[in-house]
Write a protein that binds this ligand. Structure first.
Ligand SMILES: [Zn+2]
Length: 373
């Protein structure tokens, strides 16, 4: 039987070229590699799962590559690159400060610095979650960072830049990794699905990317689960059900009822939501996002701010035609007000029902006001 390897690991990029969504960083690093003007220490900052460790490993491989490509990428073929790829290179040392944060752990690293690298030119020390180092460990490390041996290269990674001492910050070249764009995450899932013969619906991949909130590792891990649940067919329905996401259809229906001044329809819809096991707050928040999407769909200039699937986009453009700007703005305002009072409400469901009744009457109120003018 074919062994299952998680996608995030199997498709971990081996070159800067294939890193997704961080071109501002990979471009600079490749230029530095080409010109040989590399700093002694780097600090990679940014949210989890966006490629910090991946880039650190590629950089480690690239500085030791015997045959760097003209673009500044490791060749992945020379003796050094293959040693890296097989996990048997002696020129890389990784310390996860989240679980090894004591002064002895850092001493172990400092002791290794005495050895001159074999075969390659630089020994690379990667310290992940460097902000977790204890004060004593930090101080011990600082001395090394002040006078690093010529053959050493340090790559520090952190999700919490503000916790890094200024004395460390000033000695590193800093790179800020960004959350990866939804479209780029979808692109990567599409590539994997095609390689692995996995069927998918694009809207399903969109939901996964949204849930992952800019993190590739999270997205791929959800993707793997959905491949499993869906039996190699990642459909919109499978993702909705397994991620417990309220289908946007509910919100299109809610706003339709509102436009039709049908408060009974709204109350029954809310009941349906509760019966499906969702809570009132997620319904309210979903509705707010829906109204926000309608607002940006109302004008051509803001249409680009509409982050959604193509199917939903068309629906927004259709539905917004029935809204006057005043009505939409008032509905948005009313929903935000309802949300701010929701958490402290004694009877949240009643509050929500009252809000929905007001929402249904809003259409009439705005019509009356607009006729007067
Ligand atoms: Zn190489």
């Amino acid at each position: 039987m074919e062994q299952f390897i998680v996608s995030a690991r199997k498709y971990r990029p081996g070159t800067f070229e294939t890193v997704v969504g961080q071109t501002h960083i990979t471009h600079t690093l490749r230029n530095a590699l080409k010109t040989g003007q590399l700093a002694h220490a780097f600090l990679f900052c940014g949210p989890r799962g966006v490629g910090k460790t991946t880039c650190a490993r590629i950089l480690a491989k690239a500085v030791n590559c015997l045959n760097l490509t003209p673009e500044g990428d490791p060749c992945n073929e020379c003796a050094s690159c293959t040693a890296f790829n097989d996990g048997r290179s002696m020129n890389i040392f990784e310390l996860d400060a989240a679980s090894n944060n004591g002064v002895d752990d850092i001493r172990g690293l400092i002791d290794r610095l005495r050895f001159i690298p074999q075969g390659g030119s630089r020994s690379v020390y990667i310290i992940d979650e460097v902000h977790m180092l204890s004060t004593a460990a930090f101080n011990a490390f600082l001395k090394t960072l002040e006078e690093p041996p010529a053959h050493a290269l340090f790559i520090l990674a952190t999700t919490e830049k503000h916790k890094i001492l200024p004395t460390i910050l000033s000695r590193c070249q800093k790179f800020d990794f960004k959350r990866i764009k939804t479209e780029e995450i979808i692109g990567q899932m599409v590539r994997i699905a095609e390689r692995e013969n996995i069927a998918y619906e694009r809207d399903a991949l969109y939901l996964i990317a949204q849930k992952a909130d800019g993190g590739m590792r999270d997205a791929l891990s959800i993707f793997d689960q959905m491949v499993n649940f869906g039996n190699k067919n990642v459909t919109y329905a499978v993702v909705l059900e397994n991620l417990s996401i309220l289908d946007h259809d509910y919100f299109f229906r809610a706003t339709d009822y509102m436009l039709a001044k049908d408060h009974a329809g709204l109350l029954l819809l809310l009941n349906e939501v509760y019966e499906k096991g969702f809570d009132g707050l997620s319904f309210l928040q979903g509705l707010i996002e829906h109204l926000r999407n309608l607002l940006v769909a109302q004008q051509a200039q803001t249409l680009d701010l509409l982050e959604t699937t193509e199917t939903a986009r068309q629906k927004y453009l259709m539905q917004v035609k029935s809204f006057s700007p005043t009505l939409l703005l008032n509905a948005f305002h009313l929903s935000l007000e309802a949300e701010s009072g929701f958490r402290s409400a004694m009877a949240p469901r009643l509050q929500l029902e009252l809000f929905l009744i007001k929402l249904a009457h809003l259409t009439t109120a705005v019509e009356v006001a607009e006729k007067k003018n």
